[in-house]
Design a protein around this ligand. Sequence first.
Ligand SMILES: Nc1ncnc2c1ncn2[C@@H]1O[C@H](COP(=O)(O)OP(=O)(O)OP(=O)(O)O)[C@@H](O)[C@H]1O
Ligand SMILES: [Mg+2]
Length: 253
Amino acid sequence: MKPAIKLTDVGKDFGGTGGKPKRVAVRRVSFSVYPGEVLCIVGKSGCGKSTLVNMMLGLETPSRGSITIDSKPNSGHHRPVAAVFQTDRLLPWRTVVDNAALGLEAAGVSKRQRHDAARPWLERVGLETWGGHYPHELSGGMRQRVSICRAFVLQPEVLILDEAFGHLDEVTAQQLRQDCLKIIAETNTAVIMVTHNIAEALATGHRVLVLGKPAEIIKEFELKAPGPGERKVYPALRDEIFDLIEKQSEYTA
Ligand SMILES: Nc1ncnc2c1ncn2[C@@H]1O[C@H](COP(=O)(O)OP(=O)(O)OP(=O)(O)O)[C@@H](O)[C@H]1O
Ligand SMILES: [Mg+2]
């Protein structure tokens, strides 16, 4: 099986021009994620996680190495990599259904087709009656459901969850995570979950990568458990990962 996404020796520097010192944001990272697999990435604040995410989304260009995405030809409007971020990033002047279908607009899809594509996803997350409402009428958890829909509407091969459940209360986060994992399994999507929550990584991932600072993989854990959602958190592993992350020094350029 081919990986959905493969990073080979990816690095990123900032600065180095206009008298600004060069800062290494990502030192060297290589990994592959396969369809249906959930890879969790944890690391200290400022270690380069968001920079990695931006490179995978094509928003930043790597200074070194390569990123390969196995983009399958698909019926029409799909994007190979989609992301859900910590804040929902919904447009307040657009209805729920128009927000969910936002990514299709850039692809030139008609309004009717956009709505037809978004509605089943809204239904899937229990928001079928909310399509005509505006984001300010929704709770934080409901808004995050809309941004999850917005990602799945694009039928991505790779879904990046960048602290996507981080600001929700524990019960809502747990529910949303479970719903998301069900969809991921059904759609065979490759998932990269960036999280500061070690327990979340251990409860959700098939694998956990621990990053040093600047980003490089300092340890990889393969989790042998019945399946996502059914696991208990492993206290010893959690402590081990915590120690690994804590030991990473503050970076000075
Ligand atoms: N556009 C940029 N220009 C210059 N430096 C940047 C830029 N984006 C990020 N950096 C630097 O790269 C390093 C990594 O930042 P990044 O945002 O990727 O960290 P992070 O792991 O996502 O942190 P956090 O967990 O706090 O979100 C930091 O030193 C940051 O200052
Ligand atoms: Mg970040």
